[in-house]
Design a protein around this ligand. Structure first.
Ligand code: PLP
Length: 391
């Protein structure tokens, strides 16, 4: 059989491979603590689950509009207005099956041989995988520890050339937990005025997971780039709904219909009861979100303290999302070897930094979406492992 060459270039997300291996080890009797996969360990709040059940009982069993049900798109607009005081028409909102689907669509729309797409490194691995799939050239935006894992506007602007089609930004960020400050985003947006041919994809899926009084700066609040801005967001992280496969994107007028057509070709619509659940998530009480973020905050502080207590390991305090990205270069271990041995020998699942890009060497990612007790047990095992085992 001869498949198209694009498929030979497609990558993947190693967090799912680690999830699989962790499952195998657990099934064989090992006490596995999973700090690998990036998903809240809380159940979806009851009112949201009930809304889905009610939707099924009320007979919402068929296709919906490919763009999503209108009340949900209106609720997304109202939610964005409530949080960012910015107007987004429901006619620019597309409901999609998961946050990933927005990056898939946007990268397919702008990527082709001869084009260049800028993406964060370390960053969510699917950005690069999809860029390579399209044949476009991936250009890494370095995300550096010395910048608090924020992207630098100056460095990013310097990477733009005549063939740049799309810039992918992510704040708060996976895997480093960095937040890019407003001043840097202001600078970037001002600089983009010189490059009107470049579109922007802003991945804001962690926009409600910030700590220490940090505020999220949504790219939606910059009117000067709204005509070329795509925003990725969704319910997976904020409402603990990763398994529901729900997300939304905001598209400028010029691109919306193209994205809608891809929806019609690929997934028709998001499953109807999930859309009613999403509506309840946005319009119902928001207390569960605050409680979850407060709990992540407590764990974040614990993780950082425990990591910095391990000889050879240093970890700056992440300001957003639910990941710590400790520097393990002084342990003598290659990051991926360390992650793999931690899982095989101690049952602690983490992800090696290089799985998020070449600049991830020297780091591992820990998701602190796990109980405080498990986090303490996991980091004790890591400490003992590093004290007793040399690479
Ligand atoms: N964007 C980032 C930065 C993520 O970390 C993730 C999931 O881990 C996604 C998008 C995808 O989210 P979803 O599970 O809704 O597809």
């Amino acid at each position: 059989m001869k498949t198209v060459t694009n498929f030979d270039r497609i990558g993947e997300e190693n967090a799912f491979a680690v999830l699989g291996r962790a499952g195998q080890l657990a099934a064989s009797g090992m006490d596995v603590i999973n700090l690998g996969i990036g998903q809240p360990d809380f159940p979806t709040p009851d009112n949201i689950v009930e809304a889905a059940v009610r939707a099924l009982r009320d007979g919402h069993h068929g296709y919906t509009d490919a763009t999503g049900i209108l009340p949900l798109r209106e609720a997304v607009s109202a939610d964005l207005y409530r949080r960012y005081k910015t107007e987004v028409s429901p006619g620019n909102v597309l409901i999609v099956p998961g946050g990933k689907v927005t990056m898939f669509t946007a990268i397919l729309m702008f990527g082709e041989a001869g084009g260049e797409i800028l993406y964060p490194d370390p960053g969510f691995p699917i950005y690069r995988s999809m860029i390579e799939y399209t044949g476009a050239t991936p250009i890494a935006i370095p995300i550096r520890e010395e910048n608090g894992f924020a992207f630098s506007a100056e460095e990013t602007l310097k990477l733009i050339g005549p063939n740049t089609r799309l810039i992918i930004l992510n704040s708060p960020a996976n895997p480093c937990g960095g937040i890019t400050p407003r001043v840097e985003i202001d600078k970037l947006v001002a600089g983009l005025a010189d490059y009107p041919h470049v579109a922007v994809l802003s991945d804001e899926i962690y926009d409600q997971m910030l700590y220490d009084g940090e505020e999220h700066v949504s790219l939606l609040t910059y009117p000067e780039i709204r005509d070329r801005l795509i925003v990725l967001n969704g319910w997976s992280k904020t409402y603990a709904m990763t398994g529901w496969r729900l997300g939304y994107s905001i598209w400028p007028d010029e691109l919306y219909n193209k994205a809608r057509k891809l929806a019609v070709n690929a997934w028709s619509c998001v499953n109807a009861p999930a859309q009613y659940a999403a509506l309840e998530a946005l319009t119902g009480p928001q207390t569960a979100v605050g409680e979850m973020v407060a709990e992540f905050d407590t764990r974040r502080k614990a993780v950082v303290t425990l990591l910095n207590d391990i000889p050879g390991v240093s970890c700056i305090t992440p300001k957003g999302a639910f990941y710590a990205f400790p520097n393990v270069s002084q342990t003598g271990w290659k990051a991926k070897d360390l992650a793999s041995q931690l899982l095989e020998k101690t049952g602690v699942a983490t992800i090696g930094g290089p799985d998020f890009g070449t600049l991830g060497e020297g780091y591992i990612r820990l998701s602190y979406a796990n109980s405080q007790e498990n986090i303490s047990r996991a980091l004790l095992r890591m400490k003992e492992f590093l004290a007793t085992t040399k690479p």
